[in-house]
Ligand binder design. Structure first.
Ligand code: Z5A
Length: 209
């Protein structure tokens, strides 16, 4: 995997984990250090990627798991080559709301696609992993209740059943166990203030290390 001059951080988690709040806190943390920060999200983050996001999420059509995986990677290739790598080459901090770990969790864990397929796409079309990944871990029922409390219509993937989200969570936790240096689990069942405080402590320790 490629190394870079900037800092590449992803935020991951299941439904209602609180990624938005955490992303804003991390941005403020780095801006206070006078770093240039670029925030983005997946799927999406580019004009083409946002169109792919619409295709993936705002549809009633069934999408076969392989097509879902390929669309996630099409969005990711566009984002990586046009935004992530150039920003890192300029020494910026890139914060992304999800990256390839989400494909391992949702398409691997949730849909049951083989890890080897996802790794092959990662190697062929992405070639970079975040320097640090913050996994916001919350129980499925608690996370779904938060997401539903927002009162917005649920998208295609959010309409999946509890089992699917349990498998997503298990896959995320397995990734964190396999890659403890890169992926830090945060207890996201706590209050937003406590979650942010834990995230900033992990970040400070990581930067110091
Ligand atoms: N997906 C995939 O399948 N494969 C891939 O490779 C990628 C993605 C990259 C879109 O992602 C979907 O794409 C997603 C995974 C799939 N599918 N689903 N389902 P997304 O990240 O854009 O969408 P999301 O996961 O549905 O986001 P979310 O539900 O908005 O989660 P969040 O950003 O973590 O939540 P939030 O907006 O920050 O918070 C949700 C609500 O909870 C909100 O009202 C908050 O005020 C509240 N909240 C947040 N934190 C707390 C705490 N600590 N306590 C109480 N309430 C809280």
């Amino acid at each position: 995997m490629e190394t870079s001059r900037g800092i590449f951080i992803s935020i991951e988690g299941g439904e209602g984990a609180g990624k938005t709040t955490v992303l804003n806190a991390i941005r403020a943390y780095f801006e206070a250090q006078n770093c240039a920060v670029v925030c983005t999200r997946e799927p999406g983050g580019t004009v083409v990627g946002e169109r792919i996001r619409e295709t993936l999420l705002a549809t009633d059509q069934a999408i076969v798991p392989d097509a879902e995986l390929l669309l996630m990677f099409a969005s990711r290739a566009q984002l990586t080559q046009t935004l992530v790598l150039p920003a890192l080459a300029e020494g910026k901090v890139v914060l992304t709301d999800r990256f390839t770990d989400a494909s391992f969790a949702y398409q691997g864990g949730g849909r049951g696609l083989p890890v080897s397929k996802i790794e092959a796409l990662e190697n062929a079309f992405v070639g970079i992993r975040p320097d640090l990944t913050l996994l916001l871990d919350v129980g499925v029922a608690q996370g779904m209740a938060r997401a539903q409390a927002r009162g917005q219509q649920l998208d295609r993937i959010e309409q999946e059943q509890t089992d699917f989200f349990q498998n997503v969570r298990s896959a995320y936790l397995a990734l964190a166990e396999q890659q403890p240096q890169r992926i830090k689990r945060i207890d996201a069942s706590q209050s937003p203030e406590q979650v942010v405080s834990d995230v900033l402590a992990v970040l400070a320790a990581w930067q110091a290390g």
